[in-house]
Design a protein around this ligand. Structure first.
Ligand code: SF4
Ligand code: FES
Length: 252
């Protein structure tokens, strides 16, 4: 079909966590600009399978920008060149015929490469398990407005809860810090009455899990916010710091 593109892909191939990887070059032929980036990879993989070769391993689930699985660096940007979209929502119309596209996994010590573009992000699960929940009995659904929550707090908590745990913030940070992720997970509870009961324990335990996993300290470059597909703000990191300071002063 006219308007379709032929592209050169330089893709990171790595058999497992122990072996070192390398870039391999492939061609993606007759790619529609309306395809998503992952559909383009599906096409390339079909050709590889037909040729008796190993398909490129990459993570995906929802393909709707919800699950956070489609972690990959595209031309040196987390999730590619378009701000505010995940790799699964990136359309091939963002590229032009004849382009060379470089595709790499997230690079961070706390995200070991399992195979090709697939990294192990269970370190995020460990942070979440350290306190990213409400365990106290909050009773049955309250009557509307029975627990007053300022509208600004409700909006901010909702914005923080939009974090999909994709890890782009870590990949974009020169220090591989997960502070944006961690601060979003702390903030979504810190702003609501149900989250206040365990707030001090939560921030201390989640921060410890973050450091134990091997993530670095915040660099204050704000690269995390720039590359976050869900627009999570670094103001959450300020809230995280205030929450931690309050927990430290009270000795909990
Ligand atoms: S803060 Fe943004 S970049 Fe980081 S994990 Fe959450 S959604 Fe992804
Ligand atoms: S595959 Fe779920 S966010 Fe991309």
């Amino acid at each position: 079909m006219s308007g379709n593109m032929n592209l050169t892909l330089k893709v990171w191939r790595q058999k497992n966590v122990k072996e070192s990887g390398r870039f391999e070059t492939y061609t993606a032929k007759n790619i529609s600009p309306d395809m998503s980036f992952l559909e383009m990879l599906d096409e390339v993989n079909e050709d590889l399978i037909k040729g008796g070769k190993d398909p490129i391993a990459f993570d995906h689930d929802c393909r709707e920008g919800i699950c956070g699985m489609c972690s990959m660096y595209i031309n040196g940007r987390a999730h590619g060149p378009v701000k505010g979209v995940t790799a699964c929502q990136l359309h091939m119309r963002s590229f032009v015929d004849g382009d060379t596209i470089t595709i790499e996994p997230w690079r961070a010590a706390a995200f070991p490469v399992l195979r090709d573009l697939v990294v192990d992000r269970t370190s995020f699960e460990r942070i979440q398990q350290a306190g990213g929940y409400v365990s106290v009995n909050t009773g049955s659904a309250p009557d509307a407005n029975a627990i007053p929550v300022p509208k600004d707090n409700a909006d901010e908590a909702f914005n923080s809860a939009a974090c999909i745990g994709c890890g782009a913030c870590v990949a974009a940070c020169v220090n591989s810090s997960a502070m944006l992720f961690l601060s979003a997970k702390v903030s979504q509870y810190a702003l609501l009455p149900q989250g206040r009961v365990e707030a001090k324990r939560r921030v201390a335990n989640m921060l410890k899990a973050h450091d134990d996993a091997g993530f670095g300290a915040c660099t204050n470059t704000e690269a995390c916010e720039a590359e976050c597909p869900k627009g999570i703000s670094v103001t959450n990191i300020g809230r995280l710091n205030r929450e931690f300071a309050a927990a430290s002063i009270s000795g909990e």
